[in-house]
Write a protein that binds this ligand. Structure first.
Ligand code: ADP
Ligand code: MG
Length: 274
């Protein structure tokens, strides 16, 4: 074969390859193709490495898009990561237990997690960190507050979308219900919450709940019917990990640091003006 004929058939093959990539909607691989071919020619790379690099580009881009969409769906209220949690600032926490949760085995096992503690101790931060880790590991996660869930369920019931709403909350592999117990739950809200927790328990999907209400007070704290609270707790605890966080409030701690700075600031001033 002459040189011209060879390059012409190569050019045609190249065009067909571009068409294949476009047909299969592998846009990132198509974009990387000229560069990868140049690199392959320049460094005389084996064919297998070039093919791997080409598909690797597409796999990385697809994983990236999927993670972005999982994180968008997750509705995390803050960009917190587990790595941002300062264990030394919270002596009231069982660090090995949090590290165990961070392996995300609890999601595979469909176990539930309860963070119980007063305001400001880092319950929401840990819940967000675990949810983000879950999304990064490929799980479908969803974050909401107990009162938001109650409000949406009530609206859904009025609009005849109850079943759809229940299917929605049953879907994610990990559901975070933040701030249970901060607001009193009316009976219909307690019933909605029970149904969500029960459905997820039956499916073997994990629910992570944060609350300021100690287990001993559940029967009286949620709704008017202590049986609903007891039944909810029963489902949660059967395959559940209870994490009590009873330490200093991080919010108050930062207040104290600010107050301290202000105080020293005002103490310094008279000296400075001398
Ligand atoms: P809770 O949900 O228990 O009321 P949060 O998780 O909302 O508390 O924490 C309150 C604030 O303090 C947040 O801004 C959080 O990022 C920060 N915070 C709490 N605990 C820690 C910690 N151990 N390390 C770093 N920041 C923390
Ligand atoms: Mg919170």
């Amino acid at each position: 074969m002459s040189e011209t004929a060879r390059t012409q058939s190569e050019a045609e093959t190249y065009q067909r390859l571009r068409a294949h990539l476009a047909f299969l909607k592998l846009a990132d691989a198509a974009e990387a193709l000229p560069r990868l071919l140049d690199e392959a020619r320049a460094s005389k790379l084996p064919l297998i490495e070039t093919l791997e690099a080409l598909l690797g580009v597409e796999v990385a881009a697809t994983e990236d898009r999927r993670l972005t969409s999982r994180l968008r769906f997750a509705c995390l209220p803050a960009p917190w990561r587990l790595a941002d949690f300062d264990f030394s600032a919270q002596p009231g926490i069982d660090e090995p237990l949090i590290r165990e949760l961070a392996t995300l085995r609890f999601i595979d096992e469909g176990a539930n997690v309860l963070f119980i503690g007063p305001p400001g101790v880092g319950k929401t931060m840990l819940a967000v960190g675990l949810a983000r880790a879950g999304a990064e590991a490929g799980h479908r996660v969803y974050f909401t507050t107990a009162s938001d869930l109650a409000a949406r369920c009530r609206k859904a019931a009025i609009e005849g979308r109850w079943a759809t709403m229940m299917r929605f909350y049953a879907g994610p592999r990990l559901l975070v219900l933040d701030e249970l117990g901060y607001l009193a739950l009316p009976a219909d809200a307690a019933a909605a919450l029970f149904q969500v927790i029960n459905t997820r328990y039956t499916n073997g999907s994990s629910t992570l709940l944060t609350t300021n209400v100690g287990i001993g007070s559940w029967a009286t704290a949620f709704g008017d019917d202590p049986m609903v609270a007891a039944a909810m707790l029963d489902r949660l605890l059967h395959r559940g990990v209870v994490v009590g966080i009873d330490g200093p409030s991080y919010r108050l701690r930062s207040h104290q640091v600010r107050a301290e700075a202000l105080r020293t600031g005002t103490e310094v001033k008279p000296h400075a003006s001398q």
